[in-house]
Write a protein that binds this ligand. Structure first.
Ligand SMILES: [Zn+2]
Length: 309
């Protein structure tokens, strides 16, 4: 989240169907293709500072499934994602601010996005392993990548069933450093549509038994209603393991669909979404340890926005 114009604004990872289609020159208004270094018409150089008034204005477009006049070897029923344009296009990067969500979820490209450099920087730090006597261990040098948030930037988390004072301190992150927190409420619910043609936009990673989809390709159990997958924009998988604190062993590495992935669906009847709708499955062994519950949905995987296409 970032503090802007007197209030906290949520940001979501850039959905994978958002494309950069043009860089509009501030001097002459010419529309240049993405990645252009200087205006092809007037020659003005493009400067990518954090000052919005000096950067070229970026125009965005949206991909969507399209009937195309050629054959593909996609699985039956799936369509290629497409966009009509004269230029080459580029995947948009960064974060989509809350002020743009409604426009995007109603099927319009965003007007503006926020770059990661406006929110945080990465800091590499070297560390050494310490032996039992408090001396350094030879050959045990490591480098870790830390995230430093910029001023007026915070992490947003949603929790259930926890009593918290309005403001306070907590131990946070892998090293248990002190952090301040503030309870923000009520945030308006994430927009939902009661529709037959919709897209699911992942805000947190998801896990599926068949990699990017349920093992049998049957999405109906996720929605409790018959639906057809028409297309998908899925960035490269993320791999997570972690450490099982209870058993004191590393957890197995698994592949996850990353936040920002977009799935396009159709249904014969309008779909309604339960408040606890989650777009993820849980591995069988983890499910068994949790009384058959979709446990990874409960810890925050598969959080999604629903939009139109
Ligand atoms: Zn120009």
């Amino acid at each position: 989240m970032r503090y802007k114009d007197g209030k906290w604004e949520r940001l979501i990872p850039m959905p994978a169907d958002v494309m950069e289609v043009a860089l509009v020159c501030r001097s002459c208004g010419h529309k240049n293709p993405p990645k252009t270094k200087s205006c092809k018409k007037c020659g003005a150089e493009f400067v990518w500072s954090n000052d919005e008034s000096t950067r070229p204005k970026v125009e965005f477009g949206l991909l969507h499934p399209e009937d195309l006049p050629f054959a593909t070897n996609l699985p039956k029923g799936l369509k290629l994602l497409w966009m009509q344009t004269d230029h080459r296009i580029k995947e948009a990067e960064g974060w989509l601010p809350e002020s743009e969500w409604m426009r995007y979820l109603q099927g319009q490209p965003p007007n503006q996005v926020v770059s990661s450099s406006e929110l945080f920087t990465f800091e590499p730090r070297f560390g050494i392993a310490i032996g039992e006597r408090g001396t350094t261990q030879e050959g045990m040098l490591y480098q870790a990548k830390f995230v430093r948030l910029k001023d007026d930037v915070a992490l947003w988390a949603e929790v259930n069933g926890v009593q918290m004072t309005e403001k306070g301190f907590l131990r946070f992150g892998g090293e248990g450093k002190a952090a301040t927190y503030e309870v923000i409420h009520p945030l308006p619910p994430i927009a939902q549509f009661n529709v037959k043609r919709f897209k699911v936009v992942l805000l947190t990673p998801a896990w599926f038994s068949g990699g990017w989809q349920p093992k049998d390709g049957d999405w109906s159990k996720i929605f409790n209603a018959p639906v057809r997958l028409i297309g998908a924009a899925i960035p490269r998988a993320q791999r997570f393991g972690g450490f099982d604190v209870a058993k004191k062993i590393p957890k197995p590495m698994r592949s996850f669909v990353p936040a920002g992935a977009v799935y396009f669906f159709e249904a014969d009847e309008p779909i309604t979404f339960a408040d606890d709708f989650a777009f993820t499955e849980t591995p069988d062994e983890v499910r068994q340890q949790n009384g058959g519950a979709n446990a990874w949905a409960q810890i925050g995987l598969g959080v999604a926005l629903i939009g139109l296409w």
